[in-house]
Design a protein around this ligand. Structure first.
Ligand code: ACO
Length: 336
């Protein structure tokens, strides 16, 4: 049995910065409200004239991860792409990456687990490497939210939170069993699916022919809906549980954590977890202040930035944890 290790990290965010002040010109909100409730100061939204897409941002992040891992792109055996904002309803963006990176005809899997998508993607990739089936897997999380948000006061409870961007890692075979990904832990609770949801386009509610006929500008089903406080309460509980589950599975305790990289859902959630686990500021990586919530991209962007900033060292115990729509949640325990 092999282990997998993260051999390269990369991220890409659009250059266009949208401040809270900018948002207050589009809708009834304020810098004070947004910072107090979420910690977010600004986010990146693609420039309306830009040709960035979910797939192309993922490719940009992937190129950096491949270069840093030192592998030849022809040694990539498989692609996993996590997003809730694919360029097309189908096919998913994984195949676009295969084309744009000019890879061999390797498999490409699209993961639909929203904020937990990257953690789910890492878990899937880890299994392929553990069994010996593949040696190098490209795992991407990428989101282009800005084209799909309601930028009027009606959408303010959701719109101010989300940002665009992409992150990627290369997972590679590791023969030293004392390091690499120690374990992954995945959960879901579909009972709460509609508490954080984007209903359309979907075949569950309406006929596409009717949607086209109605062309109703007041149809909110194309915009995300979130029951914020309900999600918040579940998030703090599930984050804590799944981090503890991961530590206990490896005979570790909270004192063993060197760096926690939580999905960047809300700075208040991260701060709650930090207090609960008795961690100091340097032990929890947060960048939501500058990028907002980039859903499946948030952990790989944070991981790549933390690595660039020298916040991750060989031998560190790094914990990744996510919670989001589904509800789904999960953790990854890594000995770097
Ligand atoms: N600006 C100003 N006022 C606002 C805004 C805004 N942007 N948004 C909402 N309000 C108002 C509401 O209308 C409400 O007004 P009312 O009291 O007059 O009715 C008031 O502010 C409070 O609204 P709440 O929704 O109760 O605000 P809350 O304190 O819960 O904060 C937030 C909202 C930031 C969304 C928070 O609930 C949260 O972060 N939830 C968890 C998010 C999360 O973890 N998501 C999971 C990952 S995302 C994914 O998986 C896709």
């Amino acid at each position: 049995m092999y282990r997998s290790k993260i051999s390269g990290v990369g991220h890409y965010v659009p250059s266009n910065v949208v401040t809270n002040e900018d948002l207050s010109k589009m809708m009834d909100t304020s810098d004070e409200w947004i910072q107090e409730r979420t910690g977010i100061k600004e986010r990146r939204w693609i420039d309306p004239g830009s040709d960035d897409t979910t797939a192309s941002m993922g490719v940009k992040a992937a190129k950096i991860a491949i270069e840093r891992s030192g592998i030849d792109k022809n040694d990539i055996d498989f692609i996993v792409f996590a997003t809730l904002s694919p360029d097309m309803y189908f096919p998913g963006p994984g195949v676009q990456v295969q084309k744009d990176l000019e890879l061999k005809t390797v498999g490409a899997l699209d993961v639909r687990n929203q904020c937990s998508g990257f953690v789910y993607g890492i878990s899937v990739a880890d299994q392929f490497i553990r069994t010996g089936m593949y040696k190098n897997i490209l795992v991407i999380g990428s989101e282009l939210h800005s084209k799909g948000l309601d930028k009027t006061t009606r959408g303010r409870g959701v719109t101010v939170i989300f940002g665009d961007g992409a992150g990627a890692v290369i997972l590679s075979r590791e023969e030293d069993e004392s390091r690499g990904i120690l374990s992954t832990h995945l959960h879901s609770e579909g009972e709460h699916a509609e508490e954080l949801v984007l209903k359309a386009p979907g075949m569950g509610t309406r006929w596409v022919s009717d949607i086209l006929k109605d062309n109703d500008p007041n149809d909110e089903s194309y915009y995300p809906y979130m029951n914020g406080q309900f999600v918040f309460k579940h998030a703090v509980q599930r984050f804590s549980e799944v981090i503890m589950e991961g530590l206990e599975a490896n005979g570790l305790s909270k004192n063993d954590i060197d760096l926690l990289i939580p999905h960047q859902a809300n700075l208040r959630i991260s701060q709650f977890i930090q207090r609960k686990f008795g961690l100091v500021d340097d032990q929890v990586y947060n960048n939501i202040m500058y990028y907002g919530n980039t859903t499946a991209a948030s952990i790989p962007i944070a991981l790549s930035e933390a690595w660039e900033n020298g916040a991750i060292n060989n031998g560190d115990l790094v914990v990744l944890a996510a919670f989001g729509s589904g509800f789904t949640w999960g953790s990854v325990i890594v000995k770097w």
